[in-house]
Design a protein around this ligand. Structure first.
Ligand code: ZN
Ligand code: ZN
Length: 352
């Protein structure tokens, strides 16, 4: 967590804030390292205060360094309020109106609460070395689990059975899931967010496999589409188009381009193949403590990519009632382009 409070402090100076009250638990974890379910952080020039209740005193002592740990007993909001002064940024995107009203009742007249939601999320976009290592490890673990799942075969098993096998492998390797695994065979593949069901996987189908592991709080995200035998001419053509679109996007990624630029690079390949209307979602998203965070890669994203941001690149083509193909890599933006954290092959792979 070294230096994260300093980065927030610099951000506050820029926004003209004296203090920031951080109450979103993921943001609290990011800043302080605390993994419990009740905590808040107050940051300001030379001020680093972490607050929790008696249940977490010991955990805070073990996990939180560089922040003064305070255990509040009794009046939680009162204990926070008495440590705030001047212009105080709060996370208006996470705090309920009710808690804000209650907090404001406790604040002295000299304190002004200012909406500052998104400040910590903006810092979280750029990962430090520790975070990059955790995400890379999570991706490696998930890929190893998927590799074994593929070796175990798909045909004759239900989507749910295949997903269960993968998820057991992830846990066996010491990870947890970063989201519910998607295994979508044949026509089910046409739904980008299909849930694995009781349908048996047959010969000659395309199977969309979207999966991720979580390690030390950090997520991975990746998709491969496999075939149980020849998926037919249309299936092969759609696969090649998605693969070419994905490569075009990867080639377009470098610091300074926008999320829209990268999305456009992939979308053009898909549109040129006549499938523009079959690619109904954005190209990708940031990944970190949350499975979906900034920056966004989409037609409406003016996010400018920066070194050490981690994003997915996941174009897809979905033909309703017929088939779907999605290919997703997890990449780190580098000075001269990207480093790909996804290791599994992307040529159409046939699975038993
Ligand atoms: Zn995914
Ligand atoms: Zn994704």
């Amino acid at each position: 967590m070294r230096g994260r409070g300093d980065r927030l402090e610099a951000e506050l100076a820029e926004k003209g804030l004296d203090r920031m009250l951080v109450t979103d638990l993921t943001n609290v974890r990011y800043l302080t390292g605390f993994t419990g379910t009740n905590g808040a952080a107050i940051c300001g020039p030379g001020v680093r205060i972490f607050l929790t209740d008696f249940r977490y005193t010991e955990r805070a002592a073990a996990e939180v360094s560089e922040w003064e740990c305070v255990t509040l007993t009794g009046d939680w909001l009162g204990g926070i309020a008495e440590r705030l002064s001047g212009k105080v940024g709060f996370e208006d995107d996470h705090v309920s109106v009710r808690s804000l009203t209650k907090l404001e009742e406790k604040l002295g007249d000299s304190v002004e609460a200012v909406p500052a939601g998104g400040a910590v999320e903006a810092l979280r976009r750029v990962k430090d070395a520790e975070e990059l290592a955790a995400i890379a490890e999570a991706a490696k673990l998930a890929d190893a689990a998927l590799k074994q799942t593929v070796e175990n075969g798909f045909r004759g098993k239900t989507e749910r059975e295949v997903a269960d096998y993968f998820e057991a492998k992830v846990r066996g390797f010491g990870g947890t899931l970063s989201f519910d695994t998607i295994v979508a065979a044949g026509p089910n593949g046409a739904q980008p967010h299909a849930e694995p069901g009781p349908r048996e996987i047959r010969e000659g189908e395309l199977i969309v496999f979207d999966m991720g592991a979580k390690l030390d709080g950090y997520c991975s995200d990746g998709t491969r589409t496999y075939a149980t035998g020849d998926p037919g001419e249309e299936g092969r053509r759609v696969y090649e188009t998605v693969l070419a679109a994905q490569q075009a996007a990867l080639d377009a990624i470098r610091p300074g381009v926008t999320g829209e630029d990268v999305d456009q690079a992939a979308r053009k390949v898909i549109e040129d193949a006549g499938h523009g209307e079959h690619f109904g979602h954005g190209l990708g998203h940031g990944v970190g403590l949350d499975i979906h965070e900034g920056p966004r890669l989409s037609l409406r994203s003016d996010d400018v990519l920066a070194v050490n941001e981690v994003v997915t690149v996941e174009p897809g083509i979905y033909l309703a009632g017929d088939l779907g193909v999605r290919i997703e890599d997890l990449v780190v933006i580098t000075d001269d382009g990207l480093r790909n954290l996804s290791s599994l092959p992307k040529d159409l792979t046939y699975v038993d």
